[in-house]
Each structure stands twice: as C-alpha cells, then as structure tokens.
Design a protein around this ligand. Structure first.
Ligand code: FAD
Ligand code: AMP
Length: 479
C-alpha cells in the first residue's frame, strides 16, 4: 500500500465515515483512521452514534415504546393483551444485533467505495502527515494532501459521580443495562438523560432525574418544554429542577447514595443505578502535534471557520469536535461539505436549518428560532399552533398529545421556526426543515395540498393558524 493519500480522515463516526465515502466517490484516494476495537481486536466503524449513541438508544426506545403502548394503549383500542412484559436481556441483545449490522455495513461501504481503513489512533503532525499507532503499539506515518479531523466527543465526567462499574454509568454503560432497575437515578435532564429515563420508566423503574438548572430544556421553545415536562411527569419521570448533584457513595457494593442540593438545602436519595448524562466534550486529547498548525478553542473544540477549515491549510475538522450542535446529521453534512470543497466544488452548509430531536414519547422536534430567541432579538413574529387532539389521523393512531407550533416573520411571512411535540415529531420536522431551507413563507405551506387523513395536516393547520385561518380549531384573535 502506498503511504500517500489525497484525503486522510481521522475518526469513523457519522462525520468521518460520511466524509470518507463522499471523498472516495469524488475520485479522491481516501483513508480513514479509527481506533475503536471490539473484544476480538477488530476495528469498529460508526463512532459514538452507531455504537453507543443514536442507534442503540433508538432501538431501546422503540422496543419500550411498543411495551408501553401494549400495556397502556391497547385496551382503549379494544385489544386484549394481558400480562405483557419485557425481557430486558432480549431487548439489549436485539439492540446489539442492530449495532453490529450497521457498523459492519459501514465496513462494507468503505470496501465498495474504495476507502482504506487504517486501524489505530491517529495524530496530526506538521505538513499534513498522519501518524497512526496500532493497538499493538506499532507506528506508521502517512502523507496526505488533505486531512479531515473527525474525532468526535466523549461523555463529561463530574467529580461528585465518578463512573463505577455496573453502578454509576455513562451512556455506553447505560445502554448495556439488561435488568430493570427498581430505582434509576439520572444526573442531567438533557436529551440523553430524558431518553434513558424514558426507556426504563416504561419498563417499570422508578426514575428520578436531577437537573442543576432551574429551567427545563432551556434551549427548546418554552411552550414545548412546558408540555414535555407535563407529559413526562405523567409517565412517571420525577424531574427535579434546581437539583445539583454534590456527591455519591456506593452502598454495600450494590446501590448508590446520591447527594444533591436544591433550594431547600442538602438532600439524598438511594438508587440501584445512576446514569451520568451531563453533556459531552470534544475528544481532542493527543490528536494534534504541537506544530500541527491546528488550534483548539478555550473549551477544547478544534477551531474552524464556517467551512470547517482549521488554521492549517488543507486541514479541516467536523462534527462533535468543532463548534455547533453535537448531532450526527450535523457531523455528516459537514463531512459532505468538506469533501466537496476538497474536490474543488463550491459547498456551504446552512447552520440555521439543523433539526433537533428528543426521542421521548411524545417526541420533541424543532428547527429554527424559538419564540424566546425571537423576542430577545427583537424580531416581530406571528405564531400559529395546532393540537394533535384535533387531528383525525392522530386520534386513529391513539397519539393525540402535543401540537405543532409555527413562527413566521410578521413583515415577510417567512417561516422562522417550527416546533413540534407529538407522536412522530421526528418525522414531521423534516417538512419544517425543507420549508425553511427553501425560504418558504407560512402562506406557501397554507397553499400546499396535504393528504388527508395524515398527521402532517397539523403542519398545514399550524401554517394556517399563523394567520388565524386554521380550519379545524377555533382561531383565537391575536394582537
Ligand atoms: P463520533 O461519533 O464520536 O466519532 C468519532 C470517532 O473518532 C470515534 O469512532 C472515535 O473512536 C474516533 N477517534 C477519535 N479520536 C481518534 C483518533 N485520534 N484516532 C482514531 N480514531 C479516533 N445525535 C443525533 O443526531 N441523533 C440522536 O438521536 C443522537 N442520540 C444520541 C444518543 C446518545 C446516548 C449519545 C451519546 C449521543 C447521541 N447523539 C445523537 C449524538 C451523536 O452520537 C454525535 O453527535 C455524533 O456521533 C458525532 O459524530 P462524530 O463523527 O463527530 O463523532
Ligand atoms: P445535555 O448537555 O443536553 O446533555 O444536558 C446535560 C444537563 O446536565 C444540563 O442540563 C446540565 O445543567 C446538567 N448538569 C450538569 N452538571 C450537573 C450536576 N452536577 N447535577 C445535576 N445536573 C447537572
């Protein structure tokens, strides 16, 4: 094998593997370095997302949603299903099978596209050289014309709750729990904390979530956050806001005493397992030689411009290790943009149209600005809302919780944000993303024909409601 490549990608998560495939498709000689190995020492592609993130969490959320539906939603539809229960070991085994299938699939795609996998830990040296240290300690050096850094992120650890095998877990450990805990504690009411809490609450665990901030889902539209808090609490998640974890103690080697403070003072609770879900940080330790020419910002993220260029010519960085939301689809689209730029094409990414989703049930999904952001920025807007309770198809599907909310510029009618809490919000939000990407007005969606009966009609109605013209709810005169 020649040691020179047009493109070397470091990291094979959804940022890196997508960038590598695109670069190879564009005729560039491409290699991808990955350090993740399985128990047999084989290289594992797919990164956080496929192995311990998006995919395994969604596999377990889907399974437990079906369980919850069977236990709590079937009777109302006349379906008799008594003694429905979950086998957590079988659920985890199925999840592992899906992960294996998908990560193996990436290896197949690399082969089909002619991407060379370099097994080991990559380090960027000066002059676009990449040093790869294999698991056995052997070191090889490769020359690249272009390097894409896609090293992703790792969970933030907090001193009051150090990870403890089988008891205090990060996301990877949490996705391997295969017995229903009687009482599950979670630190952090962010996306990961709420998704993990939902999985086990549906299996029958008592779930307590400690969140240091006073606001719930502070980054989401607060209408959405309020509805989600109400619905998740109804499902049994005990979400304690303003509750900061200050320490933990292992009790008899089989439980965790969690100490926390809230507005009333010091408190504690004892749980069977504790999941620490307080955010993620960029994985950039040891990635760069001192003279690589690439700099990190104050929080350890690789410093890049809007086209993901670092300070070193020909070196790019994408995904969780650079600024912006830590989302798989953001990482992948950055990968495509960078591969296109390297191949000499014009490419840019619209950071204003990245959808956010939380896969609780109902799901939360949004794109664009929240009402709070518009107010803070002094932008005058119109708002339309349509509840799924008024949708015939949502009634048929037994999923009437939540609503679609649309925000449009008061002067131009351009859609500025779409916020959905509802059964299939994760799928519906794509309509808002496409509308915004094409700079649609609310009127454009008002004039679009939506099939009946569909849950998507709620998007149509929310667009109509922006101008007080919703058909299937009474419009409230606003302003
Ligand atoms: P990663 O996926 O972290 O991949 C980086 C890869 O680089 C890893 O394989 C790592 O081993 C490798 N690597 C790092 N350093 C080196 C090195 N020096 N040499 C060689 N290899 C290296 N996002 C969503 O959009 N939707 C979701 O539903 C979702 N759910 C999530 C659920 C959980 C529990 C978690 C933890 C995350 C979730 N995310 C979700 C976030 C998503 O996983 C990340 O945004 C995404 O994986 C980032 O992709 P990436 O390619 O930047 O990095
Ligand atoms: P996210 O970044 O979306 O994964 O959310 C992580 C959440 O964890 C944030 O809302 C933080 O406020 C919360 N958090 C961080 N540290 C603590 C702590 N010590 N105790 C409770 N919550 C915390």
């Amino acid at each position: 094998m020649s040691d020179k490549f047009d493109v070397i990608v470091i990291g094979a998560g959804p940022g890196g593997y997508v960038a590598a495939i695109r670069a190879a498709q564009l005729g560039l000689k491409t290699a991808c370095v990955e350090k993740w190995i399985d128990e047999k020492g084989g290289t594992v592609l797919g990164g956080t997302c496929l192995n311990v993130g998006c995919i395994p969490s969604k596999a377990m959320l889907e399974t437990t949603h079906k369980l919850h539906e069977a236990q709590h939603g079937f009777a109302a539809q006349g379906i008799v299903a008594e003694n429905v229960s979950i086998d957590p070991k079988a659920m985890v085994a199925r999840k592992n099978g899906i992960v294996k299938n998908l990560t193996g699939g990436i290896a197949g795609l690399f082969k089909a596209n002619g991407v060379t996998t370099l097994a080991g830990t990559g380090k960027l040296l000066a002059g676009k050289q990449v040093e790869v240290t294999a698991a056995d300690g052997s070191v090889s050096t490769y020359q690249a014309d272009n390097v894409i850094l896609a090293s992703g992120s790792v969970p933030v650890e907090i001193p009051p709750a150090p990870l403890t095998e089988g008891l205090i877990l990060d996301n990877a450990g949490a996705l391997d729990i295969d017995e229903t805990p009687e009482h599950l504690g979670i630190i952090g009411a962010g996306v990961i904390g709420l998704e993990m809490g939902s999985i086990w609450a549906r299996c029958g665990s008592k779930v307590t979530v400690l969140e240091a901030m006073d606001d719930f889902l502070a980054l989401a539209d607060q209408d959405l956050a309020k509805e989600a808090k109400k619905l998740l609490t109804k499902q049994g998640l005990d979400i304690k806001l303003g509750a900061r974890c200050t320490g933990t103690e292992i009790v008899d080697g089989k439980a965790v005493k969690v100490k926390y403070t809230d507005s009333e003072g010091d408190k504690e609770l004892v749980v069977d397992k504790l999941i620490v879900a307080v955010g993620r940080r960029p994985q950039t330790n040891g990635l760069l030689a001192e003279d690589s020419g690439v700099s990190l910002d104050e929080r350890g993220f690789i410093f890049v411009d809007e086209n993901c260029r670092t300070g070193a010519p020909g070196v790019y960085a994408i995904g969780d290790s650079v600024r912006g939301p830590m989302l798989a689809h953001k990482a992948s689209e950055e990968g495509i943009m960078v591969a296109d730029i390297i191949a000499g094409h014009k490419a840019a990414m619209n950071y204003d149209c990245i959808p956010n989703i939380i896969y609780t049930f109902p799901e939360l999904a949004w794109v664009g600005k929240t009402e709070q952001q518009l107010k803070a920025e002094g932008i005058k807007y119109k708002s339309g809302k349509f509840p799924f309770a008024a949708s015939g198809r949502a009634m048929a599907a037994n999923a009437t919780e939540g609503f679609v909310k649309m925000l449009a510029d008061e002067a131009t009618d351009r859609i500025l944000g779409v916020h959905i809490v509802g059964g299939i919000a994760s799928e519906l939000i794509a309509q808002g993303v496409i509308a915004m990407e094409f700079a649609s007005s609310a009127e454009d969606l008002q004039l679009t024909v939506f099939a009946h009966p569909t849950v998507s009609e709620a998007i149509h109605e929310a667009a109509l409601a922006v101008d007080n013209h919703a058909i299937h709810i009474a419009n409230r005169k606003k302003r």
